[in-house]
Design a binder for this molecule. Structure first.
Ligand code: GLY
Length: 503
């Protein structure tokens, strides 16, 4: 597969030859003031592309298999966790879209489409809140690049499924149906899936969806976050909306001395960093920005030197103190966005530090047979030292956000504008006829008439049009009887039909 078209290091080399200035100065021209460069960018991209290729091979190019976590014994993807029902099923297709975005290579697009389209039924899985993870990472990322109507309708279906889990008395989405020890559990992770609701609410201008997402975000802000910025994993509500208890099923629990309900599960904290930042993007409400800052400050202040936390910041038992690379990958991506709102370079530089650490031998699978991109994530207490498709996904997303912030180069991916062309009416015609056509989304469209020899007779349309259904009258006065063609074109598609002029 092609590497991304322009190699960062190579560009840099040529610039060094022609410009007699210090390389660090040159590099820093596109960095924030006092921002640090991500030196391992090219290594990271090459490694990620190799491992995504390795995963495709390991899956036998079968797009019904959606990797989630690697086996601790073999390092290979766990074959018991490959179906679309896993909460993780959207991450691998999301990573394929990200690789397409980075490289512009059509092969990645084709893989991304195959893995995404296998997930269509997941839009109606209704027993948990994870529709966003399954559908927004797959169809959502695809839609952002292609702007295609079929993905759009899957996203609307997904948003509807998630919205049906909203309870107006409690003011939140119920996260899980299956947890026996809770009545109405709301987990911190659930913030992430609000992105599907907020995005859909914005796109179709639906106030109800927006208000549901906003109410859930506010409830989570009130009850999940402690004064020091750390967060609970689960808050359980009564049917009337009072808090029954706060606890964790993934962090260190009451069986761990000194931990109990004070658990600060690192990935949960990461969801809070990313989630509240994303919610600020949609709401512009300062309370969410402040929550994101508090959650981030807690995470950063409690990070060890290698910028990757133990899976729970408070886990006291040495034998289960495993690292969680996924938490740092999520936070790196969230911090780049938080930097864009706050302009606090601490967030930018911490995210870069995390990326450097994750790209090093300590966390990257560069010298291993595993086809995950990163190693050393922890699923839950006692299940550490695995690769996960979500650590890989947020790592790639963080790299893309870094590249966007420093204006590193991306190939120019033009969205496909899907067109529809119907038979003209009347046909055959004498003098004038109507031509009907539709375009799925805004973009440049041309409609032209040609005679039987291929000579251009008349251009009827040549401009940017909003999505919609159109018709245009073609007047043939002055033309002889015969067969004509009308041709509709966008940047990627050409459609044509025949019509007969009988005088
Ligand atoms: N439920 C998502 C996670 O394990 O982080």
């Amino acid at each position: 597969m092609n590497k991304r078209p322009k190699n960062f290091a190579l560009n840099f080399f040529w610039l060094l030859i022609f410009l007699p200035i210090n390389p660090v100065e040159l590099y820093s021209q596109s960095l924030p003031q006092n921002g640090i460069p991500f030196h391992s960018l090219d290594i990271a991209l090459e490694h990620a592309e190799d491992k995504l290729n390795g995963t495709l091979l390991e899956l036998n190019y079968n797009p019904t298999l959606h990797p989630s976590e690697t086996s601790r014994e073999t390092g290979k993807w766990d074959t018991s966790k490959l179906d679309r029902y896993e909460w993780t099923s959207g991450f691998f297709s999301g990573s394929l879209w990200y690789m397409y975005k980075i490289t512009g290579d059509e092969n990645w697009k084709e893989f991304a489409e195959s893995w995404t389209e296998d997930l269509e039924d997941a839009a109606t899985i209704s027993y948990d809140h994870d529709t966003g993870f399954r559908i927004f990472n797959s169809f959502g990322n695809g839609y952002k690049l292609l702007k295609n109507r079929s993905y759009y309708s899957v996203l609307l279906r997904g948003a509807n499924t998630l919205s049906n889990r909203y309870n107006p008395t409690i003011g939140a989405i119920k996260s899980w149906d299956w947890l026996d020890t809770a009545n109405f559990p709301v987990i911190i992770d659930n913030l992430m899936n609000l992105e599907l609701l907020f995005w859909t609410a914005d796109t179709i201008e639906n106030e109800e969806l927006y208000n549901q997402a906003l109410s859930h975000a506010d409830l989570s802000l009130t009850h999940h976050m402690r004064d020091d910025g750390s967060t609970y994993h689960i808050v359980d509500f009564s049917d009337e909306g009072t808090v029954l208890k706060k606890f964790t099923t993934q962090g260190c629990n009451s069986t761990a001395p000194g931990c109990g309900d004070r658990s600060v599960w690192a990935r949960g904290q990461a969801w809070a960093v990313y989630g509240f930042t994303m919610i600020y993007r949609f709401t512009n409400e300062d309370r969410f920005l402040q929550a994101a800052i508090k959650a981030s400050d807690y995470f950063i202040e409690n990070l060890p030197e290698d910028r990757v936390p133990i899976y729970d910041f408070l886990e006291p038992v040495p034998s289960v103190r495993s690292k969680d690379a996924s938490a740092s990958a999520i936070v790196a991506s969230g911090l780049f966005e938080l930097y864009s709102y706050t302009k606090n370079v601490l967030y930018f530089n911490t995210a870069v530090d995390i990326l450097e650490s994750l790209t090093s031998d300590n966390y990257s699978t560069i010298n291993s047979d595993s086809n995950a991109i990163l190693k050393k994530s922890t699923i839950h207490r006692g299940k550490g030292n695995v690769g996960t498709s979500y650590a890989d996904y947020y790592y790639l997303e963080a790299i893309i956000r870094y590249m966007e912030l420093v204006q590193s180069d991306f190939p120019n991916i033009e969205p496909e504008i899907k067109l529809y062309l119907d038979q003209n009416y009347p046909n055959p015609f004498n003098n004038s006829t109507l031509i009907y056509y539709s375009t799925e989304q805004e973009g440049r469209v041309e409609l032209a008439i040609y005679d039987y020899t291929g000579r251009l007779v008349q251009t009827l349309v040549d401009r940017s049009l909003p999505s919609g259904n159109y018709n245009i009258l073609f007047n043939s006065s002055g033309l002889p009887s015969g067969i004509y063609f009308y041709v509709l074109r966008s940047n990627k598609q050409t459609l044509s039909k025949k019509m007969t002029l009988l005088k």
